[in-house]
Design a binder for this molecule. Structure first.
Ligand code: COA
Length: 220
């Protein structure tokens, strides 16, 4: 999987890798028969990949180095439930990432609405977490670019944010490669972490919707 020019074809391929669902508005996944030609993939791409793979990802200390801590099975299942709930309420969320011919689940990338209050909320965040065996290949950048595109074109968002701790060089690299920019004045303390916690300080990156006729075309 390599980043490719944003043609209609590459857009479709990437979206299907991300498990994009395309339900008409006001229909819920549980209302749709599996034989319905409009039926989306099964609910929650993460649930489809199976809790063990998701739990292994969340339990890996290397993957969780810049997050508060590795998650035990209970906390991982609770996170999967929150992701399912986010999809049910908003019809977008954190998608499973598959690399065809390589692995059917390498982690997740997607959009979510943070549930804490800081000066830039409410907002939509783009985020990612991949199995470390699949780092260094551009997968996060490609999938994150598709998630941004989904947010701007399909959801009509004006802006999308991303944030991490200053030391998370890999995550900041993804933000920069997908064209997000950081204003140091936006740096903030994460309210979920106590004062003095080494991961409390965060940097914020923003992407703004581009107003150009190609990006706004209905091709993808
Ligand atoms: C953040 C994370 C997703 C980044 O993964 P990553 O593999 O570094 O990012 P990408 O998939 O975009 O790959 C970029 C790397 O692949 C290389 N690469 C190879 N082919 C590439 C291609 N076609 N396109 C872009 N990059 C490519 C780049 O040079 C870069 O290499 P580098 O690490 O030597 O600089 C990953 O480190 C991770 O899951 N971390 C743990 C979870 C986490 O911290 N999440 C963020 C919390 S805020």
């Amino acid at each position: 999987m390599r980043p490719a020019p944003l043609t209609a074809e590459s857009c479709r391929l990437l979206r299907s890798r991300l498990g994009e669902r395309s339900l008409p508005r006001n229909r819920r996944h549980d209302d749709v028969s599996p034989d319905d030609p409009d039926a989306p993939p099964p609910p929650s791409p993460l649930a489809r990949r199976g809790p063990p793979a998701f739990a292994a990802l969340n339990a890996d200390p290397k993957v969780m180095e810049f997050l508060s801590r590795p998650l035990g099975r209970g906390a991982s299942d609770a996170l999967a439930a929150r992701i399912r709930d986010h999809f049910a309420r908003r019809d977008f969320g954190l998608w499973a990432v598959e690399v065809p011919g390589v692995a059917d689940f390498i982690g997740f990338v997607g959009l979510s609405v943070p549930d804490f209050e800081v000066p830039f909320t409410p907002c939509v965040e783009v985020g990612w977490r991949l199995d470390h065996e699949h780092w260094g290949k551009g997968y996060a950048t490609e999938a994150a670019g598709a998630a941004l595109d989904f947010g701007f074109r399909r959801l009509g968002l004006e802006g999308i944010v991303s944030f991490t701790v200053p030391a998370n060089r890999r995550s900041r690299g993804v933000m920069e490669r997908i064209g997000m920019t950081r204003m140091p004045a936006d740096d903030f303390d994460h309210p979920a972490l106590p004062e003095g916690h080494p991961l409390r300080r965060h940097v914020l990156y923003r992407a703004i919707r581009r107003q150009d006729p190609v990006a706004d075309s209905p091709l993808c």
